[in-house]
Design a protein. Structure first.
Length: 181
């Protein structure tokens, strides 16, 4: 409810930009749908009014801890600005994805999810692990967020989303990216 454009648009623009910026949505919109939309668009946390100052400060500190941890992880990982898996090419610096030379348009969170999967081929992730590692929050009840993003991502990168070759379902556990080896 900001003048000009709303907080969701601010969040979209921040997530589309390169680099990571912690985002805490502070809003009067308190329905479950509002919270889910805010988190799916890319917010790291969502706090509704009224709120207490100690809770706000605790959430801000948690965001900074996650951002600091992200920075350490990025420094510890080898410089891999581009990943290639079959016909799939992922450029982290440009945040671009190409399949067979065709550029694919992804949302910021879809890109982050694909980059995470492609960087760890063969590793199986539960929905809660993906919420924690890609979305940077871990709340029971939001697993459908992961399912929705994976379905949309498959629709964009798979020739046949019902028979995927990149992001595979491990029934009863979660998902994994195909292991080339």
């Amino acid at each position: 409810m900001l003048p000009g454009f709303d907080g969701l648009e601010v969040c979209r623009r921040l997530r589309a930009a390169p680099g990571y910026v912690p985002i805490l949505m502070l809003t009067a919109r308190s329905t479950e749908l509002d919270r889910v939309v805010g988190l799916e668009i890319g917010a790291d946390d969502y706090l509704t009014k009224p709120f207490s100052i100690p809770e706000l400060l605790a959430r801000i500190k948690a965001l900074f801890r996650r951002a600091e941890s992200l920075g350490r992880t990025a420094l510890a990982e080898p410089d891999r600005a581009t990943l290639a898996r079959g016909e799939l090419r992922i450029d982290a610096d440009l945040r671009q994805v190409c399949i067979g030379g065709r550029q694919v348009s992804l949302t910021a969170k879809e890109f982050d999810l694909l980059w995470h999967f492609a960087g760890h081929p063969g590793r199986v992730y539960t929905r809660l692990q993906l919420l924690d590692q890609v979305w940077r929050y871990n709340h029971d009840g939001y697993e459908h967020t992961v399912n929705s993003h994976i379905n949309r991502l498959r629709a964009k990168i798979e020739d046949d989303p019902s028979n995927p070759r990149y992001i595979l379902t491990v029934w009863g556990v979660g998902y994994k990216f195909v292991d080339d080896g």
